[in-house]
Structure formats: C-alpha cells, structure tokens
Write a protein that binds this ligand. Structure first.
Ligand code: ADP
Ligand code: MG
Length: 636
C-alpha cells in the first residue's frame, strides 16, 4: 500500500456546519462536557481495539495496557486527550469526523425550531460528541493512526470549526488518537489541573480504563528544582460500573454512564440494574431515555444495547438482545456464558442469547409496570415518547401480550383529550352495568375519531369509547381482541347491539320507526345500487343523518385506507349505509316524490357519510354541484 503523503483541504458536509453552529450555541452553558465526550470516544476506541485484538493479537503491537491521558499546556493554551485505542485510517477520519453518518439528519436539522433551550436536548441525538470540542476550542488538531498500520500511515486532521478541515499524512509511531484543543480566549479555566481532574471525576469516573494525568509537584522551598518528577496517576476509578453493587452506585454515576453508552446528552428517564444467576449468568444495566430519538422510525439507526463478555466489549447495537418494539432501550449486557469470539451470526441462534433476551425484556416490562403504578405522571411522559413503538409489541411479542396490554394507554371519550391516558383496566372499571364490550373507533386523525358520527349513541348513553388514531392501532387491534375476557369491539363494524344497555321500549320504538321507513330503504338501495351492500335504519345516530358501517369481520374502512395509501392492491368491501329515521333530511327523503331530487339527496347523504369518517370521494366535483343545487332549492 502506498502512502498518500499529500495535504488536502476538505469541506465539511453541510449538516456538520449547521450542527457545529447549533452545538456551540446550545451547549454554551455547559462547556465542560467537551472533556466527557472526548474521553468517551477514547474509551470506545480502546474497547474496539480490545475486541479486534481477540482475533488478531498483532493489532495491539505489544502493548495491551489501555489508557487515556489528559494533558494541558498553559503556555501553548492547549488541552490534549491521548489514547492508545483503535485509531483511524485516512478514510475513517473523513467518514467519522467530516460527516454525520445518519440518514435523516439534514431533514431533522431543518425542522428544528430556533428555541435553543429546546435544541440543546436534541443535539445529543446525533452522536456529535466529537464536535463538542469546538465549544471551548478555536482550533482542533486530531492526529491518529489505525492500529496495525505502519507508523507512516498517521493522519492529521486540523480544523477551526468554520466549515473546512485539512488532512495530512504524518508519521505517528504510537497507535491511537491524540486530540489537541487550542482553547478560545476566555477558556483559561480548563488550563488548571484541579479543574480537569474535577471534570473527569464528575463525568468519567465509570470509564473502565485508567484516565491518567501528570502529578503537579510543588517546587521545594527556596529552590527552583521540583520536589519530584511529575508522574502519571489515574484520576478515575477505572472499573466497570455495572459490575459494582447497586447500593454503591449513585444516581449521578448511573446517569453519566448512560450518557456514555447511549451517546446522549440528557439524563435518562429510568434504569434497571440486575445480576442474574441461574442457567446463564449475566449482568444487565438497561435504561429508558428521556426522549425518543429523532430516528426512532429509521431502520438504520444505531446505538442500542452494548454486549460485553466478561467485561470485554463485543459489539454495539446487538439487535438480538432486544425485540424491535423495545429498540429505544439503551445500556449494557455482560454475559459470562458466551465465547469471546461471538459474532452476529452466532447470536442469531444461541440459547444463552435467547434466555438473556427473554430475561431482559421481562426486566424492562416490569420496570415500566412499576413506573405506571408508582409514578403515573412519569409514565404518561414515557407513553407520549414511546407509546407508538410499544404498541408494536402486541403483534411482535406474543409471550408478553398480557403484560403489554396492561401497559397500553389510549385517548378516550372519557376525557375527549388527545393525550393517551386511559388504560384498559381504567376502562373496565368505568364500564356500565351490563356492558359486554370494550368499544373503540379508529380513524386517521384524533379529530376524526373524536367527532365520528358513530359515537353519537354512545355519547348519549354515556358509554366510553376508545379513540384510536395512531397508524399502528390497526395492527394492534389485529393482535389484541380482548382484555381480561372482555372483547374489544369497533363501533363502526357490524350491526349495533348494545344488548342490555338498550331498554325494551326504546328497541320497540326503533323497530316501529324502521318499518315506517321500509319503502325509503328500498328506494335508497335502488338509488345507490352497487355502492353499498345493504341499507338499513340506524340505531347509532342521534344527530347525523347517515353513516357507513362495515360488516362484522370485514377490514375497517380506516385500515383499508392505510393499506391503499401504502400502495397495496386490495379489493374494497362495500359498506352498509345506515340512515337516521329521525333526522329532518331523511324525513324529507321520505316525502320526496321527484325521483331525480330523491337520487341527488341520497347521493349527498352517502358522500357526506364517507367524508365524515375520513374517506375520499371518487367524484368530489359532482358532490359539490349536487350540494349547491340542493342548497339553492331549499332557499327558494
Ligand atoms: P459517537 O461517539 O456518538 O459515534 P462522536 O462525534 O463522538 O460520535 O465520534 C464520531 C466518530 O469518530 C466515532 O464514532 C469514532 O468512529 C470516531 N472517533 C472519534 N474519536 C475517536 C478516537 N479517539 N479514536 C478512534 N475513533 C474516534
Ligand atoms: Mg462520542
């Protein structure tokens, strides 16, 4: 391999520029975290090398003592972070510190508000830790060499964070990375040893390899000579946090460790820390982030669970360790039963992994159960961030279906608020005497669900209905058909039978009224022809003239629309058209003798019913024309 000894100047990817700007401004009040971020990267680099060296021990070049060194130079006004981790090749430098390798970043950045306080929370979601150096530095030099490459393959990256960086090939005998920050004018506080030590203890104590600094011996009295030579000493505790006993770990320590493993800038919402002994031995430390990452719906997203085997880092984002619906969980799992050379392929069919995964899912679910019970407000925040993902679990994780059903929260007519706050157990408690079903309506927006004409009779009788408008709800309902023995039932499907909730007199009256409309029903049917499967007098409506109903067991109209918009070719089922015999427009229909006007009014009622439930008209122009003609004929 020939060495390209050239020096070149490259531009940052546009997103990086935007990000740098945002970062410097939003993190200004908490500058010291730059050190945490650079140490976090140095530690990751050591982990990666330690793992690669398992299959190729030449990579450690005879030095398997990993460490991170922090130095400062008052005269030169620099702080340096030096590691002997994996290092980077020239190409890797370009990829990792010249771009943000996450799809959707540009789009997300442009959607950010100018509200910087809010943006500060978002900034951590990008894995942009390295750039935090520019909060305190006006110039950053990163010199690195990939472990295993010759000394002549060193690379030097220099930037003042203003849109460009230079790359140069240099000699570097020691493997790993050295980052030198030239501090901005007012940042002298970081040129003090005690300040740096403090920051390291505060944020980086959990780092598993030693973070070293030189001692600062005082000159002996009346003498220019130093009392002793400066020596390297470790500033951190340098032991794996998850191995320690729970009672010895403070919340701050748990939080800082989270920021390191999750690459997040914010404290987590909750954690669960467990040592499991039995058939398989492992320790898990799992966290729920405070906020859903912007790429929660992106299949390429990274940073999930880190897998360790007997404290040796094996891999990031071990997707086998958490089901998809818990993809927001972060943390580490350290197993004693896996071989050190475990690969992603092996993980896919490994008994220990299956058992660890099942155990970890249980821990997460019981942590959530506990939060729902003990801190409903916090649980509400959790649900707001992650509820839509949790709903996927019903279809995905059959074994935990009952647990998951208890964790669900929905909007409902109980409050008519968009916040999803009602659990199925709450609903069950509020059910009326004689109520046999849990009722729900699905629609493609909350407003459409809340205002659905199908709810009229339920509102009149004070029967609660769940208002479902997340896309995932349709899938959820195909997996969840009952709760604690009570069936879930759509209010838009099948003939409405409120059973014991209906009183006899009422029923008789309705039947009588129905008979009086037999003729109208027949005529409407003829008029609408192929568009409907049946026409009948409704029991659901109190104020709307008509509505559409799907037959029991047919796909809901909402699901049909979702599938069609996803490009699926599905045959439409014809709906049942129900008319309200007490509505003036329907009574008008009964008295209408002119066939053309009868047909127009019928068609308008049908189209309205379709619109009211969020459907689209096949011929909107004709609808408008008909409606206008009717309006005119009314006023005349
Ligand atoms: P993150 O740590 O979340 O990936 P950063 O911005 O902190 O994001 O770092 C970007 C990438 O740059 C890292 O993922 C890593 O590939 C590379 N990198 C940064 N610092 C080092 C280092 N000291 N040694 C090796 N690689 C590094
Ligand atoms: Mg980082």
């Amino acid at each position: 391999m020939t060495v390209e000894a050239h020096k070149e100047t490259l531009g940052f990817q546009a997103e990086v520029k935007q990000m740098l700007h945002l970062m410097i401004h939003s993190l200004y009040s908490n500058k010291e975290i730059f050190l945490r971020e650079l140490i976090s990267n140095a530690s990751d680099a050591a982990d990666k090398l330690r793992f690669e060296a398992l299959s190729d021990d030449a990579l450690v070049e005879g030095d398997s003592e990993f460490s991170i060194r922090v130095e400062f130079d008052k005269k030169a006004r620099t702080v340096s972070i030096i590691d002997n981790g994996i290092g980077m090749s020239r190409q890797e430098v370009i990829e990792h510190v010249g771009t943000i390798a996450k799809s959707g970043t540009a789009q997300f950045l442009s959607s950010l508000s100018g509200d910087q306080a809010k943006d500060a929370h978002l900034i951590g979601q990008f894995g942009v830790g390295f750039y935090s150096a520019f909060i305190v530095a006006d110039n950053v030099t990163l010199t690195t060499r990939r472990a295993g490459l010759g000394a002549e393959h060193g690379v030097r990256w220099v930037s003042s964070g203003d849109g460009e960086y230079t790359l140069e090939t240099v000699e570097k005998s020691a493997r790993g990375t050295e980052v030198v920050l030239h501090l901005r004018e007012d940042e002298d506080e970081f040129l003090e040893g005690y300040r740096l030590r403090n920051i390291i203890s505060k944020y980086s104590d959990h780092i598993t390899i030693p973070i070293q600094m030189f001692t600062e011996p005082l000159p002996a009295e009346g003498d220019d000579e130093l009392e002793a030579e400066p020596e390297l000493e470790a500033v951190n505790r340098a032991s794996a946090l998850w191995v320690r006993s729970k009672k010895d770990i403070s919340d701050e320590e748990y939080n800082e460790f989270y920021k390191h493993v999750a690459h997040d800038f914010e404290d987590p919402m909750l954690h669960t820390h467990n040592r499991v002994e039995g058939n398989y031995e492992y320790t898990s430390l799992l966290y729920i982030p405070a906020r859903a990452p912007f790429d929660l719906w992106d299949r390429e997203r990274r940073h999930g669970i880190k897998l360790y085997v007997r404290r040796v880092f094996i891999m990031d984002d071990a997707e086998q360790l958490m089901p998809n619906y818990l993809r927001f969980v972060r943390g580490v799992i350290d197993s004693s039963d896996l071989p050190l050379n475990v690969s992603r392929e092996i993980l896919q069919r490994n008994k220990a992994i299956d058992s660890i995964r099942a155990g970890s899912v249980k821990k997460v679910l019981s942590m959530l159960e506990g939060m729902a019970k003990n801190d409903p407000e916090k649980y509400a925040t959790f649900w707001k961030e992650f509820g839509r993902v949790m709903k996927e679990g019903l279809g995905e994780d059959f074994g935990n279906k009952e647990k998951l059903a208890k964790l669900l929260r929905f909007s409902s007519t109980h409050t008519d608020s968009e916040e999803q706050a009602a659990s199925l157990a709450d609903y069950a408690d509020r059910m009326q005497q004689g109520q046999a079903n849990i009722y729900y309506v699905t629609a493609d927006s909350f407003a459409a669900a809340k205002n659905s004409p199908h709810l009229e009779i339920f509102r009149k009788k004070g029967i609660e209905v769940l208002l479902l408008s997340d896309r995932v709800d349709e899938w959820l309902l195909s997996a969840l058909t009952e709760f604690d023995g009570t069936p879930l039932k759509s209010v838009t499907q099948g003939e409405l039978d409120l059973g014991e909730l209906e009183d006899k007199d009422e029923k008789e009256k309705q039947e009588q009224a129905g008979k009086a409309f037999d003729d109208v029903v027949e005529k409407v049917k003829t008029s609408l022809g192929e568009a409907v499967s049946e026409v009948r007098v409704t029991h659901r409506l109190t104020s709307s003239p008509a509505c559409l109903v799907m037959e029991e067991g047919d796909m809901s109209a909402n699901l049909e629309r979702i599938l069609k918009s996803a490009g699926q070719d599905i045959a439409s089922k014809k709906p049942v058209f129900e008319i309200n015999s007490e509505h003036p427009l329907v009574i008008k229909l009964k008295d209408e003798s002119d066939t053309a006007r009868f047909d127009d009014l019928t068609q308008v009622l049908f189209d309205q019913a379709l619109l009211a439930e969020g459907g689209q008209l096949e011929d909107p122009a004709s609808f408008v024309k008909r409606l206008n003609e009717l309006l005119l004929s009314m006023s005349s």
